[in-house]
Design a protein around this ligand. Sequence first.
Ligand code: ADP
Ligand code: MG
Length: 455
Amino acid sequence: MGLDKKTLWADVLASIRVSVSPAIFSTWFSQTHLASLTRMKERFVTEIGCNSAFIKNTIEARYFGLIQDTLTKSLNTPCDLSFIVKANPIRTSPDQETATPLFTKSKNETENFLNTLSRAKIRPGYSFENFAVSSANQMAHAAAEAVAQHPGTAYNPLFIWGGVGVGKTHLMLAVGSAAIKKNPDLKVLACTGESFTNDIIEGIRNKTTPTFRNKYRKLNLLLIDDIQFIAGKDTAQEEFFHTFNAVTFSGGQIILTSDRPPSEIAKFEERLKSRFEAGLIVDIAPPDFELRCAITQIKAQERGLPLAMEQAQMIAANLDSARKIEGALIKLMTLIGPKKAEITNEQIESILGKGIETNGKVVKKSPAEITEAICQYYRIGKRSLLGDSRTRPLARPRQVLMYLLRTELGLPLEETGRLVGRDHTTVMHAVEKITQLAMTDVQIREDISKLKMGI
Ligand code: ADP
Ligand code: MG
């Protein structure tokens, strides 16, 4: 029929690449190929091959419309899609597909760029290219990109708030870095609420306030991290107010991050709050599973860790923040040693199991511990629990296991299915069944509450 599937799919992916973030692209789309293409009268019937069931389910649920539109446009003919799990017969080099090089320019240009970043006090390595986007942060990401494109005109100030480790600093520095890349002459400075305050105090002590003002008030782009630090500090707020006015008056851009929205920082002066409200205030929510998967992959790639997709999912399913994910990857690096030996699932389970602590508090139990607790409680072996037998004495505990993995750990259906050796519809039925039973059956209710206490 004269149509080359590979070229067509490369075309389709090229258009999709510009409408999704690099991380989403490399996490999901780079793991697909066009498995078949058949003409049926006025339409094309296509099968999209996905490298795993997880990829298939995600792509099918989230990007069906995008793929269908893009294919229809490329072929200029309506298309029907179906998604299948099938490895790509033509393997491309993983580096080519997924790595987004930080610098593609010459050594000199790279050095100049790094020097400019360093003068602006921007740590390298925080860019839009390695920032993954999902519904948790898409609003903040879109605003940040708009500001990077048109500093001083899009939203001023851009105020980004959210919990620890959700990517506020990363996103803010990405704007600085992109703005410098676009215009190396831009005067950019990144600091924290604390260093801004210390600078003022030093200026007053050493009678160098004019130097301080010169440094801050003439900027084209001022990035202040953790601005909540200046709340309640009169001199810092006063100086910041005038800095803010001077920078924005001359067309400069200000970006601020904070752990809370301005309205909830009681000790901010009213005139500051009203300045903030005149710009755009956006929040970043804690990362969902999809985003944690993408972050795990990005961070593993940056460290050169040979992590399989399924392993990234195990990590993402068990750790709820980007910082914990980074901590786990560092442990993995130590575990596999400098030769970067292949990572086994057992190694991942071992780092996820015990000892992952934050602030002295042990995080949720691991799937392995819940499985063990079920085996002990019902006095059955792990092999029988996860085996094929469908007899009641084994099927019920298995359903309880799936129920607890879903409800206690919040594992996605696919991940639960993988752990129990079942498909996701079986997991769905099991969770429904146990939920139903728990309403009417005292025994099941008691089993579950005892198990919950024990794990
Ligand atoms: P915050 O300033 O909100 O406390 P950071 O920006 O310091 O958080 O992010 C903590 C770590 O998590 C950093 O290494 C950052 O690169 C990473 N991170 C957070 N969100 C993302 C994301 N969406 N994509 C890629 N990395 C992320
Ligand atoms: Mg931060």
